[in-house]
Design a protein around this ligand. Structure first.
Ligand code: 5GP
Ligand code: ZN
Length: 112
């Protein structure tokens, strides 16, 4: 399958990795929208949030668990935002589920 985030997970495409274990990888977004902008992905391919089901939902909880555990090391101890864009209208451009973790400044809300 031609998926850029699967390739990043397999190190076939280089990225700035900030966290990795056997199940997930977190790396810096190529085009950051905030001083800190990290993407967290499961290594196993899931296309989007609409494809989360009882078979694979554990990895989603695990990603949130690791974000909570690592937030201080990532410089996010004073707060951050986790974003998932899902589908065409949701603004998803890469078809491998990913969570944007943005922070490093006071973030505006709720204007989109
Ligand atoms: P989406 O729009 O699907 O929610 O987010 C995709 C994100 O992936 C974008 O913020 C984009 O900058 C980032 N991105 C796309 N290709 C690459 C890449 O090859 N490497 C990295 N590090 N980020 C990428
Ligand atoms: Zn993939």
């Amino acid at each position: 399958m031609d998926c850029i985030f699967c390739k990043i997970a397999k190190k076939e495409i280089p990225s700035s990795i900030v966290y990795e274990d056997e199940k997930i990888i977190m790396f810096k977004d190529l085009n950051p929208i905030a001083p800190i902008h990290i993407l967290a992905i499961p290594k196993k391919h899931i296309s989007s949030a609409s494809d989360i089901n009882s078979e694979n939902s554990q990895i989603i909880a695990y990603i949130f668990e690791i974000i909570a555990k690592e937030n201080k090391k990532l410089g996010l101890e004073n707060g951050y935002r986790i974003i998932n864009n899902c589908g065409k209208l949701g603004g998803q451009t890469v078809g491998h589920i990913h969570f944007h973790i943005v922070g490093g400044k006071e973030l505006a809300w709720p204007k989109l």
